[in-house]
Design a binder for this molecule. Structure first.
Ligand code: G4P
Length: 528
């Protein structure tokens, strides 16, 4: 197959949702279509169990096996589908944000009864910032939930998405009869016991056809006709270009658990979703069709075996062909490296491959050379943008609890931060180290991993900080900036890249500081 064909057939995407909306179930059903797994339940076992959120042993267990589910790839109708797993737990949101830098589109799952939830809002906001094309899947139609139009309104208002339903439910919950597939003009009827296999829909070009009344009953047929009329009047026509630009968002309805409406989603997805897109580097825009290799690290996974501290770095290929045993330039280290056993991912397995193409993810064994955001090329200096750090929400001082092991502690902290587990700040005033995380759970994970993987012990001490703001003075030599540095001395730190950060103790302080020093700009992400 030609290089261009390989690119065209790839669809690399992520599924995002608030926990419990049905992301895992949907992923699993998609894999079933690809024939990638034989039975439902295979992906499920990797989830963090409910109620176990403070149990780091559970996190460890999950971390170990989730390497296998980090990328789930399968072939469907000759398209190579790469699903990148995004942790649903909010304490791992940062991980999800980073994974979103490696996807070309996303599917958002929403629970029909709960509607738009907090985590959905945050994640969709990140996607919108980057104009990632979004398809919405409204799940659990076999249960009573919100009215379809109300939900579509809620999605428009809370998520700021311009939606267009491409399927529409007939009834809901107890009365759920099926779905009219607007995209393919087909009627799919629901049968509750049909959990693993999929019935082909009936072609139904014209819903005015009296046959509809025979099939779903007069009342339901009448309602459906009215609702579809309303859809036609209220919503724009589907426009693939607008979807690809992130301006228009198709919506599907279904029940992942019952495998209902999933095939419709997948069939439309492979038609309309983008193949690997160009990516912005600091130096230039890199097109996926360029023949020289480029790719970047978006995730690093530590191995479970504490004796072998090797890690797996996940590289998204942006352009060119990644070949086994060919030397590539590690741009940050200015060093050539070759890889004898690059892993590709297939369903739940990983295997060594000779060649991978744009859109694919390769896993490279790493002994500490990589960190998130690193680029590999054939020699060109490229630094891909869009992997920012966001301000953490929790801050704690980290203290060394075993003075004999300070080297181990520093090394451990260094490597865990490269993996993106948390962010490290060093106070300007006294060099004390501060760990910032998105969720409190990370502190347990860090402590546990420092001890088990690096033989170092640490304790924490609370720090009253509200947000980390990255500081950008309009003029670094100005008296205003000098004054800012003098007054805020106690709250200034450097992040791992050496960028200046202001640890503000409240939203009010941020406001005051902005008013007082208008020429010192405060950013809430590290990339500006
Ligand atoms: P998540 O990954 O987004 O967190 O959600 P997950 O797929 O684990 O689904 C959360 C719960 O919702 C699960 O139930 C799952 O079975 C259920 N679910 C998913 N899709 C549907 C659907 O279409 N209809 C209905 N009625 N339920 C659905 P659970 O009780 O938490 O887990 P389990 O005991 O079923 O494994």
């Amino acid at each position: 197959m030609s290089f261009l064909k390989e690119i065209e057939r790839r669809r690399t995407f992520g599924i995002i949702s608030h926990p419990d909306a049905g992301k895992t179930t949907l992923t699993e059903k998609l894999l079933l279509f690809g024939g990638a797994i034989q039975e439902a339940g295979a992906v499920k076992n990797n989830k963090i169990k409910k109620g176990a959120t403070s149990d780091f042993m559970e996190i460890e267990r999950q971390r170990g096996i989730s390497v296998a589910t980090s990328v789930l790839a399968f072939i469907y109708k000759d398209k190579k589908i790469n699903i990148l797993d995004t942790p649903g737990h909010k304490d791992f949101a940062e991980d999800t944000f980073r994974t979103l830098t490696a996807v070309d589109s996303v599917i958002v799952v929403i629970d029909v009864a709960k509607g738009v939830e907090e985590q959905t809002e945050k994640l969709v906001e990140v996607c919108r910032m980057r104009n990632i094309p979004i398809i919405v899947f409204i799940n659990k139609l076999d249960r009573e939930g919100k009215d379809a139009f109300d939900l579509l309104d809620e999605i428009e208002q809370k998520l700021g998405l311009r939606v267009i339903p491409l399927s529409f439910p007939i009834g809901m919950g107890y009365d759920f009869k099926g779905i009219y597939n607007i995209w393919e003009k087909k009627l799919n009827l629901f049968s509750g016991d049909n959990k693993q296999t999929v019935s082909e829909g009936v072609e139904f070009d014209d819903i005015a056809n009296p046959k509809l009344d025979e099939i779903v009953g007069n009342t339901a047929a009448h309602t459906l006709r009215e609702e579809l009329e309303l859809v036609r009047e209220v919503y724009p026509k589907f426009d693939n270009e607008a979807y690809l630009k992130g301006d228009l968002h198709p919506v599907f309805f279904g029940s992942a658990l019952n495998n209902f409406g999933v095939k419709e989603l997948l069939d439309c997805f492979i038609e309309i979703a983008p193949s690997p897109q160009p990516k912005k580097a600091e130096e230039r825009l890199v097109d996926s069709r360029e023949e020289t290799l480029s790719g970047f690290v978006f995730k690093i996974h530590a191995n479970m075996d504490p004796k072998h501290r090797d890690r797996l770095a996940f590289i998204k290929i942006v352009s060119g062909t990644f070949k086994r045993n060919v030397p590539y330039l590690h741009v940050r280290n200015n060093k050539k490296m070759k890889f004898s056993s690059p892993n590709a991912f297939f369903a739940e397995k990983k295997e060594i491959v000779d060649e991978s193409f744009p859109g694919d993810i390769v896993g490279l064994h790493d002994t500490g050379n990589f960190k998130i955001g690193d680029t590999l090329t054939e020699g060109e200096i490229l630094n891909f943008k869009g992997i920012p750090s966001f301000s953490p929400e929790h801050f704690r001082y980290v203290n060394n609890a075993d003075p004999m092991k300070s080297k181990q502690l520093n090394k451990g902290l260094d490597q865990l931060m490269d993996e993106g587990v948390a962010q490290l700040f060093t106070l300007e005033l006294n060099g004390r180290k501060i760990i910032g995380t998105v969720g409190a759970l990370q502190y347990e994970v860090i402590q546990y991993r420092l001890e088990h993987e690096y033989g170092a012990k640490c304790t924490y001490e609370n720090l009253n900080a509200h947000k980390a703001c990255w500081v950008e003075p309009k003029d670094p030599k100005s008296t205003e900036f000098k004054e800012f540095k003098r007054v805020k001395q106690r709250y200034l730190a450097k992040d791992k890249q050496g960028q200046l950060v202001f640890l503000a103790d409240s939203a009010f302080t941020i406001q005051m500081t902005q008013d007082k020093y208008p020429n010192v700009i405060l950013h809430f992400t590290s990339e500006f």
